[in-house]
Design a protein around this ligand. Structure first.
Ligand SMILES: [Zn+2]
Length: 263
């Protein structure tokens, strides 16, 4: 029988230090991010077109070996896809698409993944079918392009998508500042929420800025404390889904009822 192992148990000292609360800067305007995304995505496609022209001998680059030219163009292509997609995701969190048209909503949120496919799949096919490339160059370049497709696709997925309706429900319901952490996926309405205990730095702003920062859902502990209704994904449920309220005053009045006083 194995001997029972004794542990040396050390109680760590509590520093008692409160987390540093940092007010975030406003995320800015969605259109600017969208234009930036489209320009970068076009540059990605330009890199692909250059690689294709090079493959077919329409573009002469003599100072570098073939493999290097292809790898450099694939890496540039990938960089433009990834940065463009981050800007696009940011724009979608500032000004989300409506869920009323599910197809458009899906397309809008997955635009980066679609661009990644366009930016690599034609090139992969043309390299595979190209008869002039030597075997080693072809193998390495095709593998590089497939890896780039996978990385670019994964980096372009919005893992925390939000709809216009979900954003509006959160903005109407939650007043004042919310808090989030550097790597956290949700926002909190309470600075003293137990889930924030291990964080040295908290970021704070209003709920639309939290959503713009990619924290699209409300912490379930904070929601329960405030008696705010959230759906199974953590999105705030609109007060009255059936009848859209026209008057702005009525919206804020009904929003007050659901949120208990914080003190
Ligand atoms: Zn919380």
């Amino acid at each position: 029988m194995a001997e029972k192992k004794t542990h040396n148990i050390v109680q760590t000292e509590s520093t008692g230090a409160k987390p540093q609360v940092v007010q975030t800067k406003p995320a800015g305007n969605a259109t600017g991010y969208r234009v930036g995304a489209i320009v970068l995505w076009l540059l990605a496609i330009v890199c692909e077109v250059l690689a294709v022209l090079y493959l077919f001998g329409k573009l002469e680059i003599t100072f570098l070996p073939t493999l290097w030219v292809l790898i450099i163009l694939i890496v540039l292509d990938l960089a433009f896809v990834i940065i463009g997609s981050q800007l696009w995701k940011k724009a979608n969190h500032i000004k989300p698409a409506s869920k009323k048209n599910p197809t458009l909503f899906w397309l809008w949120n997955n635009m980066g993944v679609i661009v990644a496919c366009f930016a690599f799949i034609p090139l992969i096919i043309l390299m595979l079918t190209n008869k002039d490339l030597d075997k080693k160059t072809k193998t390495i370049a095709v593998i590089a392009a497939i890896v780039a497709l996978l990385i670019g696709g994964a980096a372009s997925v919005d893992y925390n998508p939000i709809s216009q309706e979900e954003q509006a429900a959160a903005v109407d319901t939650i007043e004042g500042n919310v808090y989030w952490t550097q790597f956290g996926k949700v926002y909190h309405t309470h600075e003293d929420c137990p889930h924030l205990n291990n964080s040295d730095t908290l970021y704070t702003n209003n709920v639309s800025e939290a959503i713009a920062a990619g924290r699209t859902r409300l912490c379930k502990t904070c929601a329960a404390k405030d008696s705010v209704e959230v759906d199974e994904n953590g999105f705030v449920v609109a007060k009255d889904d059936a009848t859209p309220v026209e008057g702005g005053d009525e919206v804020s009045d009904t929003a007050d009822d659901g949120v208990k006083s914080l003190d």
